[in-house]
Write a protein that binds this ligand. Structure first.
Ligand code: CP
Length: 303
């Protein structure tokens, strides 16, 4: 059974196959309309979402897939104490694939052990968010390509699941990765270890200014308030690593600024009007990329 649980499972060929298909989808969406009519996708979100939930829903519908949504935790039987394992075992009887977001790291791995339909991890706590990575890579590829790339990834590197997935996926390419954060929000030791094991070109910094003029891409992230065990610790680092149009004065002219969104205040609104801003386009790329991903997983499931 093909699942998408973590970006570490993706080879360069896997990534390029999905991104090539995303290009085809973007160029000719009508060719993909109703390709999977009669198929049902279940959206199981145990945490809030705007982009991931809605773009999977829209991507599915553009492929002719019907969607069913578990709804909010409060309105589902999860609120009565039903386990994740029981929930997904029931829902697999209603659907041909599951998209799962959950606050616990490892939740998608667990779900995949209990069901025989493809599971797509739409974010498991501070763990991974691999479909976000595919649309991030698509966005980067269209601007710069994925080789001979210098990227800065800044903000909450400890709890940022989009960061953990993106960093892992980039090890398939000739990418120099600069991680910029306060000491307390460095990449987790396990992620750093895995990156070093692959021989990835990685450096860590506390100041953006140290590397800004080298970057092709600056990937900014939100400080993940909801993941801090101690809110005082959040307030100690909140507001750091904020950029505005002035910050980018010394950047390369073709610097691409990305953010998985939602943002709080880490990118000032005046950046939106610069040539660098690509975060809304990045979010919109969720449609062709998630169409390509669903098409790939369902095609493999039918073989
Ligand atoms: N980027 C992202 O995962 O956004 P949502 O939380 O809105 O799905």
């Amino acid at each position: 059974q093909d699942h998408l649980i973590t970006a570490t499972q993706l080879s360069r060929d896997d990534i390029e196959a999905v991104l090539d298909r995303a290009r085809e989808v973007a160029a000719d969406p009508a060719a993909y309309a109703n390709r999977h009519a009669g198929t049902v996708l279940a959206l199981c979100f145990f945490e809030p979402s705007t982009r991931t939930r809605m773009s999977f829903d829209a991507a599915a519908k553009r492929l002719g897939i019907d969607t069913i949504d578990m709804g909010d935790v409060a309105s589902s039987s999860v609120s009565k104490g039903e386990s994740l394992a029981d929930t997904v075992r029931v829902i697999e009887g209603y659907a041909d694939a599951l998209v799962l977001r959950h606050p616990s790291e490892g939740a998608a791995t667990l779900a995949a052990e209990f069901v025989d339909v493809p599971v797509i991890n739409a974010g498991d706590g501070a763990g991974q968010h691999p479909s976000q990575t595919l649309l991030d890579l698509h966005t980067i590829r269209e601007d710069h390509g994925l080789d001979d790339l210098t990227i800065g990834i800044m903000g909450d590197l400890k709890y940022g699941r989009t960061v953990h997935s993106l960093a892992a996926a980039l090890t398939n390419f000739d990418a120099r990765q600069h991680f910029i954060s306060p000491e307390s929000l460095r990449l987790p030791r396990s992620v750093r270890f895995d990156l070093h094991e692959t021989g990835a070109q990685v450096r860590e910094h506390e100041e953006l200014e140290t590397v800004l003029d080298e970057l092709d891409v600056l990937y900014v992230t939100r400080i993940q308030k909801e993941r801090f065990p101690d809110e005082n610790e959040y307030h100690r680092v909140a507001g750091e690593y904020r950029i505005d149009a002035d910050t980018l004065t010394d950047a390369n002219d073709d610097l691409t600024v990305m953010h998985p969104l939602p943002r709080v205040d880490e990118i000032a609104p005046d950046v939106d009007d610069t040539e660098h801003a690509r975060y809304f386009e990045q979010a919109h790329n969720g449609i062709p990329v998630r169409m390509a991903l669903l098409d790939t997983l369902l095609e493999a499931d039918n073989e």
